[in-house]
Design a protein around this ligand. Structure first.
Ligand SMILES: [Zn+2]
Length: 266
């Protein structure tokens, strides 16, 4: 029997009422694992809807992102309680964005640290967004992680940084995930980074419904399209798409702890 190619989309958001169809099309395209990622009320609810639709396929991540800095302590506590109640596979997304939200830097730093601490205290990985905030991202991680265990620390998702930044992220023990941006015409430098990340630390994602990969630009993105991210990176790394799929799926299972075969005998 031919080995089926299995993909792991480590980052997707679900915002519409087409969750069931998206997940079915993903399954048909070999996308057997998807992390449904939160970050705001809407994103957290969408992630929950996807998880409830197909818990065998979808892993749940809840969190508060850089745009949630106006929330009060009660609302943050509520999120922390939900994350614990649902036994999430990851906390996220979280992090810093000085491109869109530069005015709230100090509040972003506090919320990011609190989300990282939540992930550390639950022993689950953190899904980290960073844009134009390389130094502060590294500083917060170093500060928080120095006080927590570094195991399964997390991933910097939708990586768009330099090779130098990638090196520092890897030194901290994080994984690096590439989205459809890697397929864009002007992304030569990023493709070079995708070729450089060690095989045991690379992940792929769609960031559904955003960042639709080439050659499907113009359509809303969906997890079934992760194969286009995979094929672009495979070419850069001079490996087959099957090998790239296997590598990134194994890494995803390692980081998020979701074995493809249940051995509990239940
Ligand atoms: Zn995202």
């Amino acid at each position: 029997m031919a080995q089926e190619t299995v993909f792991f989309d480590t980052h997707a958001h679900f915002l519409g009422d087409d969750v069931e169809q998206l997940l079915e099309r993903a399954e048909a395209a070999g996308v057997k694992r998807i992390v449904a990622v939160g970050g705001s009320d809407d994103l957290n609810n969408g992630a929950l809807a996807a998880y409830n639709t197909a818990p065998h396929q979808v892993l749940l991540a809840l969190g508060l992102d850089r745009a949630q800095t106006t929330l009060g302590n009660d609302e943050i506590v509520m999120l922390e309680e939900s994350a614990r109640n649902y036994k999430v596979s990851a906390i996220g997304e979280m992090g810093l964005d000085y491109h869109y939200d530069a005015a709230t830097r100090s509040q972003q730093l506090k919320l990011f640290a609190r989300m990282l601490e939540l992930a550390g205290s639950m022993g689950v990985p953190a899904i980290i967004h960073t844009r134009e905030a390389d130094d502060d991202t590294l500083a917060v991680i170093r500060e928080v992680v120095a006080r927590a265990s570094g195991e399964r620390l997390g991933v910097v998702h939708c990586f768009t940084g330099s090779r130098e930044f990638a090196g520092k992220i890897l030194d901290l023990g994080l994984y690096i995930s590439f989205s459809g941006i890697v397929t864009f015409r002007n992304a030569e430098a990023l493709r070079a980074v995708a070729a450089y990340v060690p095989a045991d630390r690379i992940l792929i994602e769609t960031d559904t419904p955003f960042l639709t990969p080439v050659p499907l630009r113009g359509k809303p993105n969906e997890p079934a399209f992760v194969q286009h991210v995979a094929s672009c990176i495979a070419k850069q790394r001079k490996v087959s798409i099957e090998e790239l799929a296997m590598t990134t799926t194994q890494n995803g299972l390692m980081l998020f702890g979701a074995p493809l075969v249940s051995d509990t005998g239940e």
